[in-house]
Design a binder for this molecule. Sequence first.
Ligand code: PLP
Length: 419
Amino acid sequence: MTATRTAFKSRPAPAFDVERIRAGFPILRLKVGGKPLVYLDNAASSQMPQPVIDRLVRYQTTQHANIHRGVHYLSEVATGEYEEARRKLQRFINAPDEREVIFTSGTTDGINLVMHGYGRKCIGAGDEIILTTLEHHSNIVPWQMLAEEKGAKIRVVPINDAGELLIGEYEKLFNERTKFVGVMHVSNALGTINPVKHMTAFAHAHGVPVLVDGAQAAPHMMIDVQDLDCDFYAFSGHKLCGPTGIGILYGKAALLETMQPFKGGGDMILSVTFEKTTYNTIPHKFEAGTPPIAAAIGLGAAVDYLSAIGMDAIATHELDLLNYATAQMTRMPGMRIIGTAKNKAAVLSFTVDGVHPHDVGTLLNQEGVAVRTGHHCAQPVMQRFRVPATSRASFAFYNTLAEVDALIAGIRTMQKVFA
Ligand SMILES: Cc1ncc(COP(=O)(O)O)c(C=O)c1O
């Protein structure tokens, strides 16, 4: 999993210039307590580059009106830009059809949409839903609510000490009552990349649909929903350089067509009388009310921006950062890395002997280093590793090796204080 500094140096130069990229992120120029900001909390939310900020300003200053309703100039412009953003997202994940891209408020909203629209219709008493130990609470709690309502059962795929799913155990969970699989693509708490393509193929062989929570994968790697063949794929805009309050749910058209709408209201109908309402076609059936138009257009700009850099180049640079940080931390006494999967992305969770994770976060903040501490909305993972919380450094393509050095130096200083 780890690579040494020497190994890093011997690799070909990354396909992008990180300093030039950083220059495009105004917030990265901030100082915190007089020290340069070292932002390593990207798994919680990433920062926004100037082209995305500019796009939001251009929309608000020259293009804003409500969409799908007006025949006037601005309404037509805004509608066109909103629908163009949908096509950009379609291309970003290689979805076959733009109607399969639903704008949501984020990953949580997308998963809840599937739970209400698909789960409530197709999962009943005695049926089983397979989830994994790694899941974020947003891919646990909605299914628990459904299980409680319907009398269904949740089965959980265990993990090994490295934080990898036990795929043999996953396969053993299937039986004639299995009706649904929910699995995250990349773990936000540990960084583990799950074999979702294989898991999907296995579920399909049993006639079971699969939802992939892509919140931590879409920002870091090329996503091809046709190659994965998953039935649903959800992610949030704010984790991939876009605005908050926006995300997408990809769903196969054949499934979306049969699903119940999650929310009722304007824009999701074809006609309404007090006797009967007929619903709009997909994706509009799932986008009730005025959507976050500016945010959707901003997300379109964000995926354009990322695609111009190249998701493969992003993944390569982030892996270099992860390997460099892991190699250093592995050599430090008194440190425990939580999550040592062979296949990892951009996340380094750790504990420091004798220092509570919250103190780790506070003391690193004094050095200008932003990391997340806590259970990362993944309490079952914490329970599995018997820790109440971890500290988590999570990398983005705009982070540098010097920032990893700042993290390590901050931990060394802290260890001296607590020695
Ligand atoms: C793996 C994973 N799933 C779901 C979510 C929820 O995302 P949001 O709060 O944007 O809906 C997160 C957020 O951290 C996440 O990391």
